[in-house]
Ligand binder design. Structure first.
Ligand code: EPU
Length: 339
């Protein structure tokens, strides 16, 4: 296993900002994961597992530990039942290639999460979701190396603490587990309406009435291409903020001043307010601050146009958070992880 030193992380993250990793290596097998983690632990070196780098922001001081690039492969059918198929996927597999393979098998469950950049192993960390599906709905378990106990473990979905864009892997157990594979249960039945508004609008416009995983994948790819800049071409990390979650009394208060405020009901009785809408109201949509552009087609996305450093990004982020707080008394939160 080769270990490289002083590697610029901006070359490995889609925002293309920030400092160096002190060490960097790649792992291809669970055994290599354990070896790297044991060695790092013995030398008290912090470990960060990097997938596609499309949901990570790197600070200017870089990472004073070892960055481990997850290259674990695998796509194995674990069980086949009349109505569903269970598949185990290596954490280093490209997420969209996984979605494509399951759609080619005519399976439903992750097709609305087409064209999301990154790796399969990163999907549970932020409970990836899009167009009405989230990984928590189909993930039944995952295998991981537990750095704390030096053991391989299997965690059930109920152990993962999933909620909107959240899991134990980025909160209570951050830096404890290295995910080595995920196991998904996908359905053979055709996807059923109601579909997410943008998807239904696409079906209506194109007179599509037969709903297959492939039809949803095709629709989502077109919707995303129109709204979200390709991180391989334009530096960005998708949604830069989480959507805001507010209490009913806050919403009642805001409705007095903003009767048209869009909201989604949450299962716990609270309300999700699209942060893209909040930012748009502040007037920042399409504007550039400190070299960071607020995307003109979706104000939730920040594009690194000419920012020189993480400090520029942080200045832009803080101005946007401040403007939303001043106008709405809501504190919006950054979505990508930060190291
Ligand atoms: N909106 C605006 N102005 C904007 C952007 C959005 O008013 O500039 C409002 C509109 O009312 C729109 C609503 O926000 O109807 C929702 O917008 P959209 O459907 O585009 O979704 P989003 O809330 O911007 C979330 C996810 C996306 C995911 C889409 C579709 C988060 C943080 N983001 O975005 O995920 O693709 O829904 O499900 O939850 C990502 O995480 O990187 C990501 C792209």
């Amino acid at each position: 296993m080769d270990i490289h030193t002083n590697i610029p992380l901006k070359n490995y993250t889609t925002m293309r900002l920030g400092g160096n990793a002190r060490f960097m290596t790649e792992v291809h097998t669970p055994q290599e994961v354990a070896d790297v983690c044991r060695n790092a632990h013995a030398q008290s070196l912090p470990i960060f597992i990097l997938g596609g780098g499309s949901n990570v922001i790197v600070r200017d001081e870089g990472f004073a530990g070892i960055v481990v690039r997850n290259r674990l492969t695998g796509f194995d059918i674990v069980s086949e039942e009349p109505s569903q198929t269970t598949i185990k996927i290596g954490a280093g597999e490209n997420w969209d290639e996984v979605v494509k393979r399951t759609v080619d098998m005519n399976l439903s469950g992750i097709e609305a999460m087409s064209a999301i950049p990154g790796t399969a192993g990163a999907a549970p960390v932020q409970n990836v979701g899009a167009y009405g599906q989230e990984i928590a709905d189909t993930l039944i378990s995952l295998d991981a190396y537990d750095i704390q106990t030096d053991r391989f473990v299997t965690l059930q979905a109920s152990d993962c603490g999933f909620s909107y864009r959240q899991s134990i892997f980025r909160s209570t157990s951050a830096e404890r587990y290295v995910i080595t594979s995920i196991t998904l249960r996908l359905y053979k039945a055709a996807p059923q309406p109601p579909f997410y508004k943008d998807v239904q609008d696409y079906f209506d416009t194109n007179s599509i009435t037969i709903f297959t995983p492939q039809a949803i994948r095709d629709a989502v790819i077109i919707i995303r291409t129109n709204k979200l800049p390709d991180p391989a071409v334009t530096p960005n990390t998708g949604s830069f903020f989480r959507n805001a979650v507010i209490e009913d009394w806050q919403l009642a208060d805001l409705r007095k001043q903003y009767p048209d405020i869009p909201t989604y009901d949450m299962p716990d009785g609270r309300f999700k307010v699209p942060t893209g809408w909040l930012i748009e109201q502040t007037g920042f949509k399409g504007k550039t601050l400190h070299g960071m552009r607020v995307h003109d087609k979706n104000a939730l996305v920040l594009i690194n146009e000419s920012a020189q450093s993480y400090a520029d990004l942080a200045a832009a982020r803080n101005e946007i958070i401040g403007a939303v707080r001043d106008q709405f008394r809501i504190t919006i939160e950054q979505e990508p992880l930060e190291i």
